[in-house]
Design a binder for this molecule. Structure first.
Ligand SMILES: Cc1ncc(COP(=O)(O)O)c(C=O)c1O
Length: 459
C-alpha cells in the first residue's frame, strides 16, 4: 500500500524512463507467452485476477507462477526468479520450507478443520507466550481479522470508542484504520469504497515520530488504543526516532490508552519481532502472514492484565455473538503451520542468515549507488530493506511519499523481472529468507546497476 501523494520529479528525464519502460514492456511480452495466454483466459475473474492487487504489479499482465521453493519462483514459461518479494512477507522463511511443507502434507491427509483443538494446540499457545512475552493468545485467519478483533476487544475493555493510528499506516482491510492526515485533519483514506460508517468520528491520525501531536491526540482521554507498526513499512519505510517508542509507551500509559503493536511485517527484525529486539512493552500484539509460513492464519496476544479486562467486558456484555472469530480460525491446518513455523523455522540460526544477507545486500548496493552518485538510500529492518529515492531517511509518511518516484520504481521492477529478479511491488522492498543465496543478491544488485547505467547513458 502506498500513499496517494504525487511523487516528486525523477532524477532521470521522464522521456528516458518512458522509452526504457516501453522497451522492457515489449521484452516482458516476448519472454512470457504462457503467462500472457493465461491472463487472456481470466475473463471470469473480476478485474482479471482472483485478487485485484495482482493487477497492480507494474507489468503488462501478471506473471503466472508454476512453483515456489525456498527463495526461488518459477513461472509457467519455465523461467526462474530470485524472489525478494516472498509473497509480500508471507514466505519470509522461504517458500514451502521442508519442515513446513512436510508437516502440512501429513496434516492434509488427516483433516484440515474440525472447529476443535488439535493435539499440538496447547503447545502452540505456550510457544507464542514464551517467544513474544504475552500471556494470552487467539487465532484469526488473516492479519486484517486479527487487527479488527483486537480493536474490538480494546474498545470493549476500555469502554472507549476512539482509535489512534499513524499517517501512512496499513493494518490490512480494517476500515477504522483507513484514514489519512490531510491539512492536519483526519480524513477517510482515498479509495475506501462502499464504506458508509464515518470512520473519522472514531479514528484519529497523527504523523509518525510526532510526539507533540501524539500527546495532544491522547490528551482528551478518550482513545481506547494506539494501533501501530513499530516502524512504518507500507508507505515506504519509516523508522522510529530514538526515544519514540519509550515516549509512546509513557504517553499511552499516562492517558489510559492501550498500546497495540502490529508485527506482521516487522517480524523481519529478529526472532521475537521488533518488540523483542527493542524491549517494547505493548498491551497487545498482532502477527500475521509469515507466522504460519503463508497458510492463512494470524495470531493476536495480550497481557494477563488486558485479558482480565477483556473477560470482564465480555461478562458484562452478557450472552450473544461477540462478532469476533471466524469458522476456520484455530483449525488443524493452522495449528500445524504455526507449530512448524514457531518450532522449526524461526530459530536464531535462520535469522542470523537472513540478517547477514541483508547486510551483504546493503554493502553491495551502497557501492553501486555511490558509484552512480545518486541521492538514494537503503532503509533496513532486520531481513527487510527498502531502496528509497532519497538519501535522507524519511521520518514521516509524508516525507516517504515525497521521495517516491513512481515511473522509476515501475521501470526498475519490470527491468529486474525481465532479468530474473522479483522485487516487491508498490515499494522497493527486498526481503531475505534463510534460503536466499548470495548469487540472488548479486543478480539483484547487478540488475539495479544495469538499469541505472542505462538511464545515465540517456541523460
Ligand atoms: C502491517 C500489516 N498488518 C496487517 C496486514 C494485513 O495482512 P492480511 O492482508 O494478510 O490480512 C498487512 C498487509 O500487508 C500489513 O502490512
Amino acid at each position: 500500500m502506498i500513499s496517494s501523494s504525487p511523487s516528486r520529479p525523477s532524477v532521470f528525464p521522464t522521456a528516458s524512463i518512458a522509452s526504457l519502460h516501453a522497451r522492457e514492456t515489449a521484452l516482458y511480452q516476448q519472454l512470457h507467452p504462457r503467462s500472457a495466454a493465461l491472463a487472456a483466459q481470466c475473463g471470469h475473474w473480476f478485474t482479471g485476477s482472483p485478487l485485484h492487487w495482482m493487477q497492480d504489479w507494474p507489468l503488462p499482465f501478471p506473471l503466472a507462477i508454476a512453483s515456489a521453493q525456498g527463495a526461488r519462483l518459477t513461472d509457467v514459461d519455465g523461467r526462474p526468479y530470485a524472489d525478494f518479494c516472498l509473497g509480500d512477507t508471507a514466505a519470509m522463511f522461504g517458500h514451502s520450507p521442508p519442515a513446513l511443507g512436510e508437516a502440512l502434507a501429513r496434516q492434509a491427509a488427516q483433516g484440515l478443520s474440525a472447529m476443535l483443538p488439535a493435539a499440538a494446540t496447547a503447545e502452540v499457545g505456550a510457544l507464542l507466550a514464551e517467544r513474544f512475552g504475552l500471556a494470552q493468545w487467539q487465532i484469526a485467519t488473516t492479519a486484517s481479522d486479527a487487527n479488527r478483533f483486537l480493536l474490538r476487544w480494546a474498545r470493549a475493555a476500555t469502554g472507549r470508542e476512539v482509535l489512534l493510528v499513524f499517517d501512512g499506516c496499513y493494518h490490512g482491510a480494517v476500515d477504522d484504520t483507513q484514514v489519512a492526515l490531510i491539512d492536519g485533519q483526519t480524513q477517510p483514506g482515498a479509495g475506501l469504497i462502499g464504506q458508509v460508517n464515518k470512520v473519522t468520528r472514531t479514528t484519529r491520525v497523527v504523523e509518525f515520530n510526532d510526539l507533540d501531536a501524539l500527546a495532544a491526540a491522547l490528551a482528551p482521554g478518550d482513545v481506547a488504543a494506539v494501533l501501530c507498526e513499530p516502524a512504518l513499512t507500507n508507505c515506504g519505510m519509516v523508522l522510529p526516532d530514538a526515544g519514540f517508542h519509550d515516549a509512546l509507551r509513557a504517553l499511552t500509559r499516562q492517558y489510559g490508552t492501550l498500546l497495540l503493536i502490529d508485527e506482521t511485517h516487522t517480524l523481519s527484525t529478529g526472532p521475537r519481532g521488533y518488540t523483542g529486539a527493542y524491549g517494547l512493552e505493548p498491551d497487545g500484539m498482532v502477527i500475521g502472514k509469515a507466522i504460519a509460513g503463508g497458510v492463512p492464519c494470524a495470531v493476536y496476544g495480550v497481557t494477563s492484565e488486558l485479558a482480565g479486562r477483556m473477560h470482564a467486558a465480555w461478562r458484562a456484555a452478557g450472552p450473544g455473538r461477540t462478532g469476533i472469530g471466524t469458522t476456520l480460525s484455530g483449525s488443524l491446518l493452522q495449528i500445524t503451520a504455526l507449530h512448524a513455523t514457531l518450532g522449526s523455522l524461526m530459530g536464531d540460526e535462520h535469522y542470523a542468515v537472513m540478517l547477514n544477507r541483508t547486510l551483504h545486500y546493503a554493502e553491495r548496493l551502497g557501492m553501486v549507488l555511490e558509484r552512480h552518485d545518486l541521492p538514494f538510500g537503503l532503509s533496513l529492518l532486520g531481513a527487510r530493506s527498502e531502496l528509497q529515492f532519497t538519501d535522507r531517511p524519511p521520518r514521516t509518511a509524508r516525507e516517504a511519499a515525497a521521495a517516491f518516484d513512481a515511473p522509476l520504481e515501475a521501470l526498475l521492477q519490470l527491468y529486474l523481472l525481465n532479468r530474473g529478479v522479483v522485487l516487491t511491488p508498490f515499494h522497493n522492498m527486498a526481503l531475505m529468507c534463510p534460503a536466499t543465496p548470495l548469487d540472488h543478491i548479486e543478480a539483484l544488485v547487478d540488475g539495479i546497476d544495469a538499469c541505472l547505467t542505462e538511464l545515465h547513458e540517456t541523460r
